[in-house]
Design a protein around this ligand. Sequence first.
Ligand SMILES: Cc1cc2nc3c(=O)[nH]c(=O)nc-3n(C[C@H](O)[C@H](O)[C@H](O)COP(=O)(O)OP(=O)(O)OC[C@H]3O[C@@H](n4cnc5c(N)ncnc54)[C@H](O)[C@@H]3O)c2cc1C
Length: 397
Amino acid sequence: MFTPQTIKGCQVKIDIIGGGPAGMYFAILMKKAVPADEITVYERNGPDDTFGWGVVFSGKTLANLRAADPESHTEITRAFAAWDNVDVVHGKEKISIHGNSFSGIARLQLLKILQQRCEQLGVQLLFRTEISDFDSLRTNCELLVAADGVNSTARKQYSTHFLPRLDVRPNRYIWYGTKRLFHGLTLTFRENEAGVFAAHSYKFNQTTSTFIIECDQETWEIAGFATMSDDETRQCLEKVFAPDLDGQPLLSNNSKWINFLLVKNENWFFENVVLIGDALHTAHFSIGSGTKLALEDAIALFDCFRRTGTVFDALSEFELTRKPVIAEYQAAAFESMLWFETARKYMHLSPIELAFALMTRSGKVDYEDLKRRDPEFISTYESARKLFTGTAGVPPA
Ligand SMILES: Cc1cc2nc3c(=O)[nH]c(=O)nc-3n(C[C@H](O)[C@H](O)[C@H](O)COP(=O)(O)OP(=O)(O)OC[C@H]3O[C@@H](n4cnc5c(N)ncnc54)[C@H](O)[C@@H]3O)c2cc1C
């Protein structure tokens, strides 16, 4: 029978499943605060295995990381590629919108920095260790953190407690890299006889960019991806984005088409088990928030342990205070995701109108924000609207 553990002032054992950003960052913060705690991270992959290419952070996230752990923040920012523009490419035109501060880092490099910080502080990292027996793990520690990613087995195992809601979205996407450098977050739209393709790309170091391609189910079927090999898929997409890749190939990292999985959970913890990061919630990659939210979950959970005295109080506080923050992010990410799911209906817009529609798609940025960030962009947009509609100023909602 579980009893709410008093943890303040006691040495505790914390087990964490998943050596991604959420799990390792939580381990770092807890170990730093109470070096005597026994903290173990179980990771089924090796220290150098990873999926994908780069991830992005906003300026605000970086400030949170600096306040939480200056040491890893210094290492992360040292490895960064920074930019302030979003570029929208439609047909032959590229529209740049400035005043959007973002930075990119290779996912593997971020994980390496967090691994080193864990080792420095004395967190035990057990690689190539897959956890399947959650019950015996949780009965032998004060706190079990399930940071085991979007397909969390812990969430499945305790689904009657967490009550997850999983929504498989209709669009398909595939995550490539390329040596063509995109200086800024670049959103490129290309049409062919099959339909509409959107690419989300940005450089994340001096040599490589992330290049994520997304399309709707109809486009995917007409293009014939269902029967193509991985190489044929890559070659087909290189043709679609030939005007943008400058002759550089798309680089695969065992890249496959996937459907985005939207994850929500009714309950965030039960007894001494808590979900964090992608296991707990996802937000569409078009607002680039997955890693940010994972790291900020770790900060929020750590803060709850600092403020309260028992595991039960800390986990209750975490659910109470963090849930509204995540709900707001997921709402914005949902609007952004819907925009991309229906991208074909915007293709008749001129490049400047498309850029405006894109920048305001999530409801988090409006006309006034854009005017403040990039007055030149808004004045070009206004001139175009006057030309098309005979009106200027704030567009109707
Ligand atoms: C196409 C795409 C683009 C993205 N772009 C961005 C972006 O630009 N910016 C951004 O911030 N985020 C981005 N993300 C999201 C980001 O990758 C995740 O949101 C983030 O990694 C979540 O961190 P996490 O620690 O919760 O989970 P993960 O990073 O998934 O880590 C979970 C870990 O748990 C391990 N694990 C799972 N089960 C077990 C088990 N039973 N036993 C032991 N170990 C286990 C896994 O091996 C994994 O290492 C993107 C995601 C996708 C798919």
